[in-house]
Design a protein around this ligand. Structure first.
Ligand code: SAH
Ligand code: MG
Length: 220
């Protein structure tokens, strides 16, 4: 049996401790949260510590072009877009027009309008319309779980070597180790697909609901 480093009951306090030091929300991030609540949207945003993780990954990759699949109210998008240089770009894909409208307000409030494109419509359609002639630096997947494998395929085909893939809900509330429904099994298959992919170096970081992280290596 694996030894615990600390009493699991301390986890909420530990997360609050890390948040208070490293992932402090400012007005714009809080605005994205409160606008989502006000519009009656589901509270399924990533957590501040996930947001900081995405921000760090984007910085470490020197990302200039990021694709996000699943915008919701723009919360994760703000963390990502803030990692970009002034001439960088976040393309964030959202099927629900209400969500897209709220997200545009969040990005405006954060002063990021010039760096963010909210692409409305089913993500697979928007991905087809994105410029296929350029390489992207990072793809964050956080939409319909059934389609994760197709999003992964797009990411592998369009990232530069060294580019980063992140995928949220990799643990499905624990369902990947104790599967109860189709979604749990689908996420298990997705995680295994990434783990065995010949061009991906990957792991799941067990913060929040699990953030799968992968780096693309060169061909051959
Ligand atoms: N990344 C966001 C949360 C995204 S929630 C954050 O952490 O702040 C998932 C979002 O994906 C929802 O807004 C939902 O409307 C959207 N979505 C679901 N299926 C989609 C699809 N096929 N194409 C585009 N967006 C989709
Ligand atoms: Mg999610």
């Amino acid at each position: 049996m694996l030894r615990n480093y600390f009493d699991p009951a301390l986890l909420p306090q530990i997360e609050t401790y890390i948040e208070g030091l490293f992932a402090v929300e400012d007005d714009a991030l809080r605005f994205a949260q409160s606008e989502a609540a006000r519009a009656g949207m589901p509270a399924i945003q990533i957590r501040p510590t996930d947001g900081m993780l995405l921000h760090l990954l984007a910085r470490a990759a020197g990302a200039r072009r990021i694709v996000e699949i699943g915008t919701l109210a723009g919360y994760s998008g703000i963390w990502l877009a803030r990692a970009l240089p002034p001439d960088g770009r976040l393309y964030t894909l959202e099927a629900n027009p209400l969500h897209a409208a709220v997200a545009r307000r969040s990005f405006a409030r954060a002063g990021l309008t010039d760096r963010v494109d909210v692409l409305e419509g089913p993500a697979l359609d928007s991905l087809q319309r994105l410029d296929g002639g350029v390489r992207y630096d990072m793809v964050f997947i956080d939409a319909d779980k059934d389609t994760y494998p197709a999003y992964l395929e797009w990411a592998v085909a369009h990232l530069r070597p060294g580019g980063v893939i992140a995928a949220h809900n990799a643990l499905r509330n624990g369902g990947v180790v104790n599967p109860h429904n189709d979604g749990d099994y689908a996420m298990r298959r997705f995680n295994a697909m990434v783990a065995r992919h010949p061009r991906l170096v990957s792991s799941v970081i067990a913060i929040g609901d699990g953030m799968l992280v992968a780096v693309l290596s060169s061909e051959s």
